[in-house]
Design a binder for this molecule. Structure first.
Ligand SMILES: Cc1cc2nc3c(=O)[nH]c(=O)nc-3n(C[C@H](O)[C@H](O)[C@H](O)COP(=O)(O)OP(=O)(O)OC[C@H]3O[C@@H](n4cnc5c(N)ncnc54)[C@H](O)[C@@H]3O)c2cc1C
Length: 373
């Protein structure tokens, strides 16, 4: 046993998952001098269910994480300076200030993965982690056999084989699914448009700027109860204005879907692994903060582990520093999503007059949008 262990290569950090959270952690740790191995179950590039709205709060961090030759991912991304909310026959318009950016997951995840490799991470695609055992050192098992690390970060997203029993137990009877596809639209508004209907909502925003009048590519991404819709066509039919708009679209890809969507408060460590991004928590996507939270929590976890890799503190101390910093810096997102959710859940008899006031006073709508940031 000891002889077998002696043959194992020990890494400072193994990051499991190659999405925005995992790459933010691996890039930050590698640039600080740690020896980092990263596993991703799938392969890049690939489409992923997501509204592709990247909030302004994380654009500077994204710029820093992305290697120099991929800088145009951020600089050329269409800007989203306003939102339109379509609810109960009302159309509310609000400012998104500072503007958000629109970045496809096809490009975002591929660029972050390549930036991890360029930052010195030993990044392995098509390599699912089967299980993790032990604690400092941890043994991480893949089809290649076990590998050893001083610390492990779980960045496997909302739902994976590493999701803890505590989060699994939080699934309720409700089944929410996500569906998305890109479409060509003759002319688009530079806004994120949210169409709410019974059983869910659909967000639409441009993901490429119009070139030579050839039209824009838009992303239509819905979060719906499984009994309300199972295809994007069902989603479009659920809202008259969206149905009318979608009549002018030409599909640019086959739709992709995902389930289940389980909302829960943060679980920042499990079995001594730090958890980041959606593995830590999943917030309602309509506030468009999931990618931002993934990037920020990934960078934060790596920063908190740095003193541990230098022998300046224990893993327990680094974990406790991460939990405290996460709560201090990132927990506002839950307050924001629950504020908006409460507003949307008002009974129709109260909501209708409130919407009529908001429709006549866009400044109040802009203030509400600002409150969610
Ligand atoms: C319908 C919908 C719309 C959304 N819209 C937006 C939006 O507009 N803006 C926004 O900011 N956020 C949005 N989000 C949320 C956003 O997509 C997530 O918050 C974000 O992807 C989280 O990143 P992550 O890296 O934590 O997880 P992921 O992006 O899910 O990455 C996890 C990775 O881990 C890999 N993995 C899983 N298991 C293993 C394993 N055992 N071994 C190795 N690898 C593994 C997976 O293949 C995956 O690549 C939306 C989500 C949904 C469902």
């Amino acid at each position: 046993m000891e002889a077998a262990r002696a043959k194992l290569m020990t890494f400072d950090l193994i990051v499991i998952g190659g999405g925005p959270a995992g790459c933010a952690a691996s890039i930050t740790a590698a640039r600080a001098g740690a020896r980092v191995l990263q596993f991703e179950r799938g392969r890049f590039p690939r489409h992923k269910v997501c509204g592709e709205f990247v909030s302004a709060e994380s654009l500077e961090l994204l710029r820093q994480l992305v290697c120099h030759d991929h800088a145009q991912l951020v600089t050329h991304a269409p800007k989203i300076p306003r939102t339109r909310i379509f609810l109960e026959n009302a159309e509310l318009v609000g400012k998104v200030s500072p503007p958000a950016a629109s970045v496809t997951r096809f490009d975002l995840d591929r660029v972050l993965w390549n930036s991890a490799i360029q930052s010195g991470v030993d990044a392995r695609e098509g390599s699912p982690v089967q299980c993790v055992t032990g604690t400092a050192p941890f043994l991480v098992n893949t089809a290649e056999g076990p590998l050893e690390a001083k610390a492990v970060i779980n960045a496997t997203g909302r739902w994976s084989n590493l999701t803890s029993p505590q989060i699994r137990a939080r699934t309720t009877g409700e089944r929410w699914i996500g569906i998305k596809a890109h479409f060509r639209e003759p002319r688009s508004s530079q806004s994120v448009d949210l169409y709410f209907f019974d059983g869910g909502y659909c967000g639409v925003q441009p993901v490429s700027v119009s070139q030579n009048g050839a039209g824009t590519m838009v992303n239509a991404c819905a979060m719906v109860r499984a009994e309300a819709a199972t295809s994007l066509q069902d989603v479009f039919s659920a809202h008259p204005a969206l149905l009318e708009r979608s009549r002018h679209w030409i599909a640019a890809m086959d739709p992709v879907t995902t389930s289940p969507l389980v909302f829960h408060e943060p679980e920042l460590s499990h079995n001594s692994m730090l958890q980041i991004g959606d593995s830590a928590t999943f917030v309602d996507p309509f506030i468009g903060d999931g990618i931002s939270l993934a990037l920020q929590s990934g960078a934060l976890a790596a920063q908190c582990l740095a003193p541990f890799f230098k022998g300046e503190c224990s893993l327990e101390q680094a974990t406790s520093d991460y939990c405290a910093a996460y709560k201090r810096k990132l927990s506002r997102v839950f307050r924001n999503s629950s504020r908006l959710r409460r507003l949307l859940q008002w009974p129709s008899i109260v909501r209708k007059p409130a919407l009529s006031i908001l429709q006549r006073t866009p400044a109040i709508t802009s203030m509400l949008v600002r409150m969610t940031r």
